[in-house]
Design a protein around this ligand. Structure first.
Ligand code: FMN
Length: 360
């Protein structure tokens, strides 16, 4: 018998086992009200879990109202949010996938309109709010200059992450991914482009990592030891003077040494409109996942322009990452895992209600 393709081999992190390596990336839907999702979110995540993915992440789920990117972003800061997220986690589990939640704070990229309204800044006097950041440097022209957080306020935000983690645990999520990429709050602390502080939260990489490390401490105090914690990083800022992959390897080693972070989700960019990505080719971020995995000795997820099942199989089979994380391919086609299984010659696990799809 031919060996099972890597893409369809189960994978375990702590007490959690996913049926395969296909992971639904966090994808904002910008369709919540006051952070509360609705039927849209139910069908979006339910379809992808029923489609056969191994792990299904919620979109960026924000720990406070002013930590949202847009007024339509999802949140988790009250019992009402927890109730909706309980429904989502239950549905994802019922479909046979592992429910994961991405916890996030938008930082200085907060208070903008959704992409289909050009992600335009919404000023406080237009119903927006003043965003928060390590330093008072606006993300781009036209954005509100953010409030520079005091050490006490940084601690309060870590407490908000912890409170959301406790609610995520009660809701039934089995993986937390901490969003420290794409220019949002924790990435803005990591990057010298956005962090010009001279106190303990700035300066060298260790100082710039402090907010991230303290947030992980706070989450871990609420998140059970037998459940995994992933961290999404921007492995390079794609900007002169910004974070480099070498910095990321150093940071990933520090995260690996902690022993309480299980995987680095290796993304890139987002901290500055001045970024220049030399080439957007299939798998263009995979070398980051490969290098972090090899040099920091921690599991990684590869993400970015992964569309083809054989491409995904190559990434996993050659030990370049432990998970493949897909956004747009799964947005276009919730049944991507079924097509991938056919392309690789295996039968995927689907909910019993959909088993006749295997014969089609
Ligand atoms: C509609 C949409 C929403 C997204 N929302 C998020 C998000 O909530 N959190 C996040 O970390 N990345 C988000 N991303 C980025 C994706 O997770 C992913 O990193 C990126 O799209 C590259 O993967 P892809 O080439 O498979 O689409 C989003 C991407 C898309 C297309």
């Amino acid at each position: 018998m031919a060996p099972t393709p890597h893409l369809f081999r189960p994978v375990s992190f702590r007490s959690v086992t996913a049926r395969n390596r296909i992971t639904v990336a966090p994808m904002c839907q910008y369709s919540a009200a006051d952070g509360l999702g609705d039927d849209w979110h139910v069908q979006h995540l339910g379809a992808r879990a029923a489609g056969g993915a191994g792990i299904v992440f919620t979109e960026a789920t924000h720990v406070s109202a002013i930590g949202r990117i847009t007024p339509g972003c999802l949140g988790l800061w009250t019992a009402a949010h927890e109730a909706l997220l309980t429904r989502l986690a239950t549905l994802i589990s019922r479909c046979g996938a592992v429910p994961g939640i991405q916890l996030a704070h938008a930082g200085r990229k907060a208070s903008v309109s959704p992409p289909w309204q050009a992600s335009a800044p919404i000023a406080p006097e237009q119903g927006g709010w003043v965003p928060l950041a390590p330093s008072p440097i606006a993300f781009a022209d036209g954005h509100t200059v953010p409030h520079a957080l005091t050490p006490g306020e940084i601690g309060e935000i870590a407490g908000q992450f912890a409170a959301s983690a406790a609610m995520a645990r009660r809701a039934g999520f089995r993986i937390i991914e901490l969003h420290a990429a794409h220019g949002y709050l924790l990435h803005s602390f990591l990057s010298p482009v956005a962090n010009r502080r001279s106190d303990a939260y700035g300066g060298d990489l260790a100082g710039r990592s402090r907010a991230l490390m303290e947030t992980i401490d706070a989450i871990r105090a609420e998140w059970p030891e037998d459940l995994p914690l992933f961290v999404r990083l921007s492995c390079t800022d794609w900007v002169d003077g910004g974070l480099t992959i070498e910095d990321t390897v150093t940071l990933a080693r520090a995260l690996a040494r902690r022993g309480d972070v299980d995987l680095i989700d290796c993304s890139s960019g987002g901290v500055s409109p001045a970024q220049r990505i030399p080439s957007l080719h299939p798998g263009y971020q995979v070398p980051f996942a490969e290098r972090v995995r090899r040099e920091a000795g921690i599991a990684t997820g590869a993400v970015g322009l992964i569309r083809d099942p054989h491409q995904a199989e190559e990434i996993l089979g050659n030990g370049r990452a432990d998970l493949v994380i897909l956004a747009r391919a799964l947005l276009a086609d919730p049944a991507w895992p079924l097509r991938a299984a056919r392309a690789l010659g295996v039968t995927p696990e689907l909910p019993v209600q959909y088993s006749r799809a295997l014969l089609s």
